[in-house]
Ligand binder design. Structure first.
Ligand SMILES: *Cc1c(COP(=O)(O)O)cnc(C)c1O
Length: 463
């Protein structure tokens, strides 16, 4: 049976000579069309070999339709928007900080035409792209000067290269971290060309450990925020101000990779993040942080600190290689302005989510649950329940965000296969799966996404 079906499979040229496919091949790259034809035929062959015996599989009309769909899907962007109902706010895999629509609209206005990116309009001469954010960053962090690059890993490499290439940098063993992906501190040192001098032990490092390590080749004392893990029990680390004092006494810059760039006190909201200003006030020479973690802006690496040290870094040729683009700068500037005018909680989506009150979340969950109930009726058991989300982005691993979720347990069909279809559709939906139920944490759900979320879930469950 399967042999007979395999014999009936259309050949590549048979499919290519169909009118609709010929028409595609005329206007699109030929390889793209041929490749799609081969893929469709290959899919059919695998299905037959896998035991399927529907004659429809080898019908040329059916193959032709699959080719049309494959070509169509290859002409659509692969990077698309996702509805995040995981409750992880700065979800690294889902693009970290969501951005404010108005900020982006403003930024696109700057980018679609020309701008004063590197032009000083009043003076009628060349300007610097870093000037647009420097006074805002000074105001918000208390630092004398700043520099914005592509991301925080880039900021670190740049800082190490510009200040400590072929020299020694002293770091505590307890801070030699790996932050997912391929950010491992020793490797960042290698890229930056600086020699890592480890001091102390995993759980305890003392000021005298740093002091004893200082020699003629020491170019920097570095602290690294342990973003994604905690050392508990018999522990000790050296406070930034003591380290700054030690560095100053020896004329050695003291820097910190803070990871998350928190610009406001989030402790009242249960998020115990140190602010950039607190670290700057501890007299560190440079503090680096991400634009798209707790700051809630676009991907960027921000260095703030003492003027003389920032200037040394800015002059380094690698600054050019890590240069930040105009869309990022324009979005970042608008995000920073929302801190200055005090509207950060309302206008920066990540901060709005992180500071949402229990009342707001419960109300949103009740609305969502009623909407699900109204369309799903007997096809699912729907209920609101308390749950725990996380900050994400490798920040505050121990902090749990109490939230509310809507649990949808389909009465027919498996939650796993519904979840698979939710991830495959448009917009894609990523939720939590628990005991054959779909769980939607509402903290990371935007109000404007409720309609489409309900529609898509109903469509998949009632299908
Ligand atoms: C997240 C993080 C980084 C990397 O920042 P990116 O902006 O993702 O490049 C570096 N150091 C620390 C401590 C971090 O938490």
């Amino acid at each position: 049976m399967s042999k007979e079906l395999l014999r009936q499979l259309p050949r590549v040229n048979d499919v290519l000579s169909r009118d609709s496919i010929r028409e595609l091949a005329d206007r699109l790259p030929y390889d793209l069309v041929v490749d799609s034809v081969r893929t469709a035929i290959g899919n059919r062959r695998s299905a037959v070999l896998g035991g399927q015996d529907n004659p429809h599989l080898v019908a040329i009309d059916s193959v032709e339709n699959e080719v049309l769909q494959l070509v169509q899907s290859r002409l659509e962007p692969a990077l698309v928007s996702v509805i995040n109902t995981t409750g992880v706010v700065l979800h690294t895999n889902l693009g970290r900080a969501p951005l404010n629509r108005e900020f982006l609209a403003d930024a696109s206005e700057v980018a679609v035409g020309y701008s004063n990116l590197e032009y000083n309009l009043p003076a009628r001469r060349r300007g610097s792209r870093y000037d647009h954010t420097s006074s805002l960053l000074a105001q918000l962090t208390g630092a004398e000067d700043s520099l914005v690059v592509n991301n925080n890993a880039g900021a670190m490499v740049l800082m190490l290269t510009a200040l400590a290439r072929h020299k020694e940098v002293v770091v505590s063993r307890g801070e030699l971290i790996e932050i997912g992906g391929s950010f491992r501190l020793p490797e960042i040192f290698e890229v930056g060309g600086a020699h890592l001098k480890e001091v102390g032990t995993t759980n305890r490092t003392h000021l005298r450990d740093y002091e004893n390590a200082i020699g003629p080749d020491t170019a920097m004392l570095l602290k690294v925020h342990r973003s994604n893990y905690a050392v508990v029990g018999f522990t000790d680390e050296v406070a930034a101000d003591s380290l700054a004092e030690l560095g100053n006494a020896h004329g050695i810059p003291v820097c910190e990779d803070l990871g998350s760039g928190c610009l406001v006190d989030l402790k009242p909201y249960g998020i115990p993040a140190v602010t950039v200003r607190e670290q700057v006030e501890r007299n560190l020479d440079i503090v680096t942080f991400s634009g798209d973690k707790l700051l809630g802006g676009p991907q960027a690496g921000i260095l703030v600190g003492k003027k003389e040290v920032i200037q040394r870094i800015r002059k380094h040729p690698m600054t050019r290689a890590l240069r930040v683009d105009k869309l990022t700068l324009a979005t970042l500037e608008r995000t920073l302005l929302a801190y200055v005018d005090g509207t950060w909680k309302e206008r920066i989506p990540a901060l709005q989510m992180l500071t949402a009150s229990s009342d707001t979340l419960e109300k949103r969950a009740r609305i969502l649950s009623e909407r699900f109930d109204a369309v799903l009726k007997a096809d699912a058991a729907v209920g609101v329940e308390p749950c725990e989300g996380r900050v994400g982005g490798g920040a505050m691993p121990e902090t749990r965000l109490s939230s509310f979720a809507v649990r949808v347990a389909p009465t027919k069909g498996s939650a796993t296969s519904i979840d698979e279809r939710l991830r495959a559709g448009s917009p894609a939906i990523v939720c939590r799966l628990d005991h054959d139920a779909l769980v939607f944490d509402v903290r990371t759900l935007l109000d404007e996404q409720i309609d489409v979320l309900v529609d898509r879930v109903a469509h998949e469950i009632l299908a």
